[in-house]
Design a protein around this ligand. Structure first.
Ligand code: ATP
Ligand code: MG
Ligand code: MG
Length: 376
């Protein structure tokens, strides 16, 4: 069979390798960590992500290459494309690595983003904040994740401090209008090199401290909103000529409708629910897309709530796993546990997730509320 190389050896790479191994592919990953989750299920080249020599080795040993994070070094991407097959290319990476480029590309695909402005000076920020009103959100154009690199500005007295703090990171800045959303949604679209597009059902996402906590599917919004969200994701996948997966994060306001927040050109935490709940998982779909196979059926087979397992949840989860779960029986739910094999259970570190399959999302939510695992 063919060998798939994965740049990055985190949990997303691990779950790609697990899905692809079942299809007969071999995997090799490049990652510097001793406890890289993907390194436990695939061969690992232990080196920094921007180590050109190691990347060349990955390329020479792989028939096709993909990546599992978006901050791939541009030089490494070029080199991989010269030495091997990278169906995803580097253009989408370049676009999604920078919030301004990303927003312009989304708008060019005919889709609405939250009103924004490029900020290059404190005077700019004062002007634009005056235009958007408070609160508004200042973000670094590059490098942010889990809400790092952003500041929700509540009034004029915070402008200088917010500007100095974020401008200090040395990247460009973007100011966004604060969207008073009712729900956050995400849709993952897959597009193959042959141009076939499929979308997974929209997830309703709930964050705690800017880290994803729950993905609820079906999302609790009107049917027409679900359809529109999936259409938007399709338009973006097509407009940006994505290959592989593209995750589209959105805000939905019952008054103003849908706005796209940001994109991720890879499998997404909010798509982990697909592993047991859809006919095809996001990881299988990603492998299908980059290996130029026909895409699988993404239909939902059962309502599901995905709940993330962070470092602080591991101990209580392991304790519960050894006992008969009477509450699961009572609510008629099947909690499917996924752990990524990371050694150190540091607070807030993503260690795994549980897909709670149920007859309806209320039952799954009731089980999650009742168990003590997420009460720490
Ligand atoms: P991720 O970990 O998803 O990559 P990130 O650090 O790139 O996150 P965003 O997704 O841009 O950051 O924002 C994080 C969260 O902050 C959003 O999920 C949303 O809850 C809130 N948020 C961001 N921008 C806005 C906005 N313009 N209006 C309202 N809320 C916002
Ligand atoms: Mg982000
Ligand atoms: Mg986000």
């Amino acid at each position: 069979g063919s060998t798939v190389g994965i740049l990055g050896g985190g949990q997303l790479g691990r779950m790609m390798a697990l899905a692809g191994s079942a299809m007969g592919y071999r995997f090799i990953t490049l990652d510097p960590a001793d406890d890289a989750p993907c390194g436990q299920v695939a061969e690992q080249i232990k080196a920094a992500y921007d180590d050109h020599e190691a990347a060349r080795q990955l390329a020479s040993r792989s028939d096709v290459i993909t990546y599992e994070f978006e901050n791939v070094d541009a030089g490494v991407a070029e080199m991989l494309m010269a030495e091997s097959l990278v169906p995803q290319g580097s253009r989408l990476l370049h676009t999604t690595q920078h919030r301004l480029r990303e927003k312009r590309a989304i708008e060019a695909a005919g889709v609405r983003v939250a009103p924004y402005a490029e900020i290059t000076s404190l005077a700019d920020l004062e002007d634009e904040a005056g235009r958007f009103g408070y609160p508004c959100v200042l973000k670094t154009a590059t490098g942010g994740y889990d809400g790092k690199g952003q500041w929700v500005i509540k009034g004029g007295h915070e402008l200088a401090e917010a500007y100095d703090t974020l401008a200090g990171a040395g990247t460009e800045l973007v100011l966004e209008q604060f969207i008073r959303f009712d729900k956050e949604l995400s849709v993952i679209a897959a597009r193959s090199s042959r141009g076939e597009i499929r979308t997974f059902p929209a997830a309703e996402n709930i964050h705690v401290d800017n880290i994803l906590h729950l993905s609820i599917v079906p999302a609790r919004v009107p049917e027409a909103v679900l359809k529109e969200a999936e259409e938007l994701a399709k338009a973006i996948a097509e407009g940006l000529e994505a290959v592989g997966l593209i995750a589209v994060e959105m805000f939905w306001s019952s008054v103003d409708g849908l706005y796209v927040n940001e994109l991720a050109p890879r499998p997404h935490n909010s798509g982990h629910y697909t592993m047991e709940a859809c006919r095809t998982s996001q990881f299988e779909q990603h492998i299908r897309a980059v290996c130029n196979l026909p895409l699988g059926d993404p239909s939902l087979m059962t309502p599901v709530v995905m709940v993330n397992v962070l470092g602080e949840h591991v101990q209580p989860l392991l304790e519960r796993l050894g006992e008969h779960d009477e509450a699961a029986d009572r609510h008629g739910v099947s909690p499917k546990v996924h752990l990524y094999g990371k050694q150190e259970a540091k607070d807030k570190r993503k260690m795994g997730h549980v897909n709670v399959l149920a007859a309806d999302v209320e039952s799954a939510l009731a089980w999650i509320a009742e168990t003590t695992i997420w009460r720490v």
